[in-house]
Design a binder for this molecule. Structure first.
Ligand code: TRP
Ligand code: ZN
Length: 866
């Protein structure tokens, strides 16, 4: 008989990847029985457990805020002394190899403000288990390498909760006395507990079906409140497109007879891939032209695809431990990015994805929270659902796919899915499948999983007219990150082309592999020095530094045949001029204005691409290019350039604004492109200072038959001071005050406004009757948007820092996970002047001094202060 003292050591403060050990006990089967009620739900769990290997350690069941009402082993209730609590965990010594362990707990979902475990949202009861929420529902070894078959019985009041859903297939249901009813669902696929889900509520269903590649019919359901049913069409189409795409591109077929999606209003993240029962933040399901922008439509399509694709990359093949999170997230982001590219414009999708990567991930990689794609340690795993795990992780897969080419990449993913189906795998397993299936050696490439930080690649092109050769010198250097002072060179693929100044063409693209710290490439047959186009399509997630002149960049912005490179040349032109201006040089706008005019009038380019190319880099991105960020100078420089472009091309903007006005709403790529371009034109038109600017913006706001044009006009007005600004904000509020997702836009637009009073306005909005800390979308709309508004957040008074810190402190008591996500903007203090840095640090210290601070916020704040 195992000694009760010999249970596993208590959960340590820091979890390390190197400490991974296979589980002591497995749980092949679990039966769950829920008596659902918002005030008091009881959960009875029957676990069949089996000893894993020869050892005498007790069974340790994780629990978080759970009290065992009853514990039985093989049907016999345990007396005191036969089990014990260790922190939140329940320790049960067991003598044999297999046992049945039964526990009973009580939960109060209506008081669960963390939105992890079982909670109430808008009259529904729903669950969120990833990463460690299942332990808030029942005692269980809560780790992803324990795969169990689930059988779930739910019982509830039939009027309040007529719909009862869980994973897998519905197998039985029945009526009970007292207006109650029950349902049983079973999931034939063994799964880790983070994929468990249930939903109970009064829901309406958009039903459809999909016939899979082998001819099976799958019933699809999107469940929402009755009033929202008309807004589910886009999500349903996206789901069917995703199912077909995964069959065509990866050979992956759906594996259950039903697939359900539920939309909930209160959710910590975007959505969750629970097996057969995805649960979504309603903002990624609901869309109609009146309330959703084109970006919202794209968000719905992308997130529906992402969660669906997890059925293979995440569920059928899951993660051994949470250090392997990018195994499912990086790969699945890569898959959803390519899906969206296939559904719309590949070029524009790539531009958008790189913008997100640079804004979120490069910033993370350059700061105190930098970590490798496969981290070595964590205090709280929720803090590691980061841009590095997701977006940089996707870039690693993209590089592998590029190096392998489409056919070998497909062979490699086939091998990966076949070899690891039904398993909890590691990033190393994935890389090995890529090597074996793709026939390549990825030894050096593995460093991308181990080393944090964004590599800088210096590219210098020299030319010798005598030998007619061009020589490209590439040097890579990755700055130190926390715990990693020295970096080894990465293996990185650079799609490269050399352009001829005379003809404007190139001899085609080459794939250069940079593997050493310094490497030279020579190219023969160039009588005249060519122009370098490098990292085309953003083939490697690096910062390229070149000394290309403004003239060469202007050339590429007009001639490069890779759309991303063309966009990039344009952006670099703008960055150079703006960074130069902040450093005291005169603003050199001539080349930019010519390039913009040529781009806008190029008949071969589509509207969406043009709109991307002519848009000025954000203030935050400009800040990232500087050793020390000067938010005021950056704001002024960008404003000045925008005004100049606005004035010098005013007639062009007027013409574009009129010409791209649609006659009726459509979601076609052409219509979306026209709206994007029209909005871009309005920005420049208003920036020009034209007397009728505000009036034009107001009429666009007023007349729009879609949210894309309406919100864009509102945002443009919100940046300035005008009667129209106040009028439009009032109209918008009154029109949408009862629709939470649209009201979020009202908060967000004001919090993101480039307006001198934004900081005061955000303080006021924090006291608005419609503001609430209980809803993560609302918090992100106000304080998340504000913290991303460089000029306003970094107001030299420090008031912006105080507002965000106050929010973190208040929210931590309710929802630590969402509170912790607001910390990183304050952690960037090293990049600012002494005054701002001191104010930011003292807010971080104030947060850290709060009694009872969560592990989530403690980890982020203490790392940020280091
Ligand atoms: N696996 C989810 C996704 O990327 C992420 C997620 C959903 C999540 N809900 C969460 C992560 C709550 C942390 C906490 O699709
Ligand atoms: Zn995911």
């Amino acid at each position: 008989m195992a000694d009760i003292q010999s249970a596993n050591a208590p959960a340590p403060l820091v979890v390390r990847r190197q400490d991974y050990r296979p589980p002591d006990w497995l749980v092949p089967e679990i039966e769950l029985d829920f008596l659902l009620d918002p005030a008091c739900t009881t959960v009875r769990a029957r676990l069949s457990v089996s000893r894993n290997g020869a050892h005498d350690r007790a069974l340790r069941l994780d629990g978080d805020e759970l009290t065992p009402v009853e514990v039985k082993v093989d049907g016999r209730p345990l007396g005191s002394g036969e089990s014990k609590m260790d922190g939140g965990a329940l320790i049960i010594p067991l003598s044999g190899g297999v046992h049945q362990v039964e526990t009973l707990v009580e939960l109060a979902p209506e008081h669960n403000s963390k939105l992890m475990g079982l909670y109430a949202s808008g009259g529904l009861l729903c669950t969120q288990c990833e990463a460690e929420g299942f332990r808030r529902i029942t005692f269980f070894p809560d780790r992803p390498d324990i795969l169990s078959r689930y059988s779930v019985r739910m019982e509830a009041d039939k009027t309040r909760y007529p719909i009862l859903l869980s994973n897998g297939d519905p197998v039985a249901q029945g009526e009970l006395s007292g207006g109650r009813h029950w349902a049983r669902w079973t999931d034939p696929y063994p799964k880790p507990c983070y994929l468990f889900a249930l939903v109970a509520g009064d829901l309406a269903c958009n039903s459809d079906s999909f016939v899979t590649m082998s001819g099976r019919e799958v019933k699809l359901g999107i469940w929402v409140k009755e009033a929202d049913l008309s807004r589910t069409g886009h999500a349903m189409q996206a789901l069917k497109n995703s199912m077909a795409w995964d069959e065509r591109v990866y050979g992956r077929e759906y594996d259950l007879d039903v697939f359900n999606i539920v939309a909930v209003a209160d959710f910590n993240f975007g959505a969750m891939e629970n097996k057969g029962l995805n649960i979504f933040n309603s903002r990624y399901i609901l869309a109609d032209p009146e309330t959703a922008t084109d970006a919202d439509y794209d968000g719905v399509e992308g997130v529906v695809a992402h969660e669906y694709f997890h059925n293979w990359s995440g569920n059928r093949v899951t993660c051994r431990d949470w250090f392997q999170l990018s195994l499912k997230e990086g790969f699945t982001v890569f898959r959803d990015q390519n899906f969206s590219a296939d559904m719309g414009s590949e070029a524009v999708k790539r531009i958008e994805d790189v913008r997100v990567l640079r804004a979120a991930q490069f910033q993370e990689d350059a700061g105190p929270l930098a970590h490798p794609v496969r981290p070595e340690s964590y205090m709280e795993i929720s803090n590691f659902y980061t841009a590095t795990i997701y977006n940089k992780g996707a870039e690693l897969i993209r590089m592998i796919a590029l190096m392998l080419g489409p056919d070998r990449f497909r062979a490699a993913t086939d091998l990966y899915f076949k070899r690891h189906d039904g398993e909890a795998a590691t990033c190393e397993d994935f890389v090995r499948a890529m090597e074996e299936g793709g026939g390549v050696d990825l030894t050096q490439f593995r460093r991308w999983y181990e080393q944090a930080g964004t590599p800088h690649v210096r590219a210098s092109l020299t030319h010798d007219p005598v030998t007619q050769t061009a020589e490209l010198l590439l040097e890579q250097n990755t700055p130190p990150t926390p715990g990693q002072p020295e970096k080894l060179p990465f293996a990185l693929p650079l799609r490269t082309a050399l352009f001829d100044r005379g003809s404007g063409g190139s001899a085609g693209e080459m794939l250069l592999m940079l593997t050493q710290k310094q490497q030279r490439f020579t190219f023969k047959g160039f009588a005249v020095a060519p122009i370098l186009s490098i990292n085309r399509g953003f083939s490697a997630p690096v910062i390229v530094e070149t000394d290309r002149s403004q003239a060469d960049l202007a050339f590429l912005s007009a001639h490069d045949d890779d759309p991303f490179a063309r966009y990039e040349a344009m952006q670099q032109l703008m960055v150079n001029a703006l960074v130069g201006h902040v450093a005291g040089q005169a603003l050199d706008a001539a080349a930019i204005i010519t390039a913009i005019r040529d781009t806008v009038t190029d008949p071969h380019l589509d509207g969406a691409f043009i709109a991307e190319a002519i848009r000025l880099p954000s203030e935050a991105y400009l800040g990232d290019q500087m050793v020390q960020v000067d938010p005021d100078a950056i704001h002024e420089a960008r404003d000045a350039l925008q005004g100049r472009i606005g004035r010098e091309l005013e007639s062009l903007w007027r013409e574009l604004h009129v010409r791209n006005r649609a006659n009726g709403f459509s979601l076609s790529p052409a219509a979306k492109g026209a709206r994007k371009l029209r909005n871009g034109a309005l920005v420049y038109l208003v920036a020009s200072g034209a007397a009728d600017g505000a009036a034009l913006a107001f009429s666009q706001f007023d007349e729009a038959d879609n949210m894309t044009e309406r919100q864009s006009a509102l945002a443009t007005l919100a940046n300035g001071r005008s009667e129209e600004r106040e009028a439009a904000l009032d109209i918008f509020y009154n029109r949408y005050r009862d629709d939470p997702l649209t009201l979020d836009k009202w908060f967000q637009t004001q919090a993101f406004a480039s307006h001198p009073d934004t900081v005061d306005l955000v303080e006021e909005l924090g006291r608005h009757p419609d503001f609430t800390l209980a809803n993560p979308n609302r918090v992100r709309s106000l304080f998340g948007a504000f913290a991303g508004n460089q000029w306003a957040f970094h107001h030299r008074s420090g008031k912006g820092y105080r507002l965000v810190a106050d929010c973190i402190i208040a929210l931590d008591k309710l929802n630590p996970q969402t509170a912790a996500r607001l910390v990183p903007p304050l952690g960037r203090w090293r990049r600012f002047d002494e005054g701002r840095a001191g104010l930011m640090r003292s807010e971080l210290q104030r947060i850290l001094g709060q009694p009872g601070l969560s592990k989530d916020v403690t980890e982020q704040v203490s790392k940020s202060l280091d």
